[in-house]
Design a protein around this ligand. Structure first.
Ligand code: IMP
Length: 432
């Protein structure tokens, strides 16, 4: 049965939301498996914009099962707001089935305060996090002190875990960061109330997914962030705190690796990055500003300006390898329309003058590399109404064909605008 994982091949913000939304039509179940509300997927359906941070984009389709898997870290305040807003907008159809893993870890108020306090005090060492408490929540998970969804239904255990956590967290907050401490009682009261509100959605999601698999249902695994924000394979330390590569689709949802039959990598036609960290193809000139404006490159979560630059195929090739990507979906090609010349980075020149076609593990070595470019002539024609690859301007086709060769995998799709219909579909992984 063709289950598909969709992952980002760059530093996030590749436009995964739109592609997941398109593929959802062919799927029965959509599962998030990592990250939290550091993600923000902007979807435009019938001209209406919806931004989702935690709930899988599949929610906008009737009759789909939407799963928030065990690998996700959940901020309950955000989750409840999201449910509320979807309901108010009539976008949470009555037949939608949302399930939240009882094993998922919670982002607690002290995680958020710690994240922000650390970033504020880390002069010169800032990661540029989203400030949503993602890192501290994953730290507690690995340290075996995290609070999970299931803990919300055992009051004495919740109190005990909170007491234990706050001993350390309050010490750090007050002693190291001169920030306000938290009280066990206040958090317990607040979270026990949330527990009742989300109770109907809490489930053993691994079991639900397994039952769906056995019934021949099709699962879409929705990745968040991008391959180069992966805690193991990204540009460490300027990464997020989860595994964003496709391998985590299995672990983060409670299935075996053979449940993921196909992986589609989402690749923006240029590169962007939010937060700190080296970005070799960054354009700090007028062209970068033009791309930022045309692509509306502002964070869906934090509103921060995204740094923009040329497409870096060294990054994309590595993502193809680390996620086992079988095909690429290219997004935002229309943003490049009107540029005289477009560049693709095909390799790096290292500080000692050697050529490399891989991302160095050391962040300092990476920062000192220089991009090696191939140049392409741009196109001027409006491409947003094109639905057939053959109708694209010849220079746009040349750009995509070279990209495909450099990636070593075929293109499945080319997006030429934000709307669902503004898409050239070459192959649908659920249908063809
Ligand atoms: P954190 O995930 O909030 O800890 O942030 C760590 C790094 O990942 C920062 O550079 C963030 O800007 C970046 N990041 C986290 N989530 C996303 C995302 O969904 N898109 C783009 N960048 C992200």
């Amino acid at each position: 049965m063709p289950n598909v994982a969709v992952v980002g091949t760059q530093w996030g913000d590749e436009g995964k939301g739109k592609i997941v939304d398109l593929y959802t039509e062919g799927a029965d179940v959509v599962a998030r498996f990592q990250g939290g509300n550091n993600a923000g997927h902007t979807l435009v359906v019938n001209g209406r914009k919806t931004v989702l941070h935690l709930i899988p984009s599949g929610i906008l389709h009737n009759n789909k099962i939407c799963i928030i898997g065990n690998g996700v870290v959940i901020d309950l305040v955000v989750l409840m707001q999201e449910i509320d807003e979807l309901q108010k907008g009539g976008l949470f159809p009555p037949h939608t089935k949302l399930f939240i893993s009882e094993k998922a870890h919670l982002i607690m108020p002290y995680h958020k305060r710690l994240d922000m306090a650390r970033e504020a005090s880390a002069s010169g060492k800032k990661i540029g996090t989203t400030g949503r408490g993602i890192g501290p929540a994953y730290e507690d998970k690995v340290a075996r002190t995290g609070i999970r969804v299931c803990d919300l239904y055992d009051e004495p255990r919740l109190q005990e875990k909170l007491r234990y956590s706050l001993l350390e967290k309050n010490f750090l907050l007050t002693g190291l960061y001169s920030a306000e401490p938290f009280s066990v009682e206040e958090i317990a009261v607040e979270y026990l109330a949330y527990a009742q509100k989300i109770k109907s959605y809490v489930a053993d999601t691994s079991l639900i997914l397994d039952t769906a698999l056995k019934a021949g249902k099709k699962i879409l695994f929705e990745g968040a962030q991008g391959s180069h924000l992966d805690i193991d394979h990204g540009t460490y330390p300027y990464v997020t705190s989860s595994n964003t590569v496709a391998g985590n689709a299995a672990c983060g949802s409670g299935l075996g690796p053979n449940a993921v039959n196909n992986v589609v990598g989402i690749c923006k036609a240029y590169t962007t990055r939010v937060g700190e960290g080296p970005f070799l193809t960054e354009l700090t000139c007028e062209i970068g500003q033009r791309i930022q404006k045309a692509g509306q490159e502002f964070g869906a979560t934090t509103g921060r300006q995204r740094r923009c630059g040329w497409l870096d195929m060294v990054l994309v090739r590595q993502a193809v390898r680390t996620s086992g990507i079988a095909a690429l979906a290219i997004t935002k090609l229309d943003v490049l329309t009107g540029l005289e010349t477009i560049k693709i980075c095909t390799g790096y020149e290292s500080v000692n003058g050697n050529y490399t076609s891989a991302v160095p593990a050391s962040i300092d070595e990476f920062a000192q590399c220089r991009p090696v470019y191939e140049e392409f002539t741009g196109w001027k024609e409006d491409i947003s109404r094109i639905r057939d690859f053959a109708d694209l301007p010849v220079n746009a086709r040349k750009y995509l064909q070279r990209l495909e060769i450099l990636a070593g995998v075929p293109l499945n799709l080319v997006s030429v605008g934000a709307g669902r219909e503004e898409t050239i579909i070459l192959k649908n992984p659920f249908r063809d």
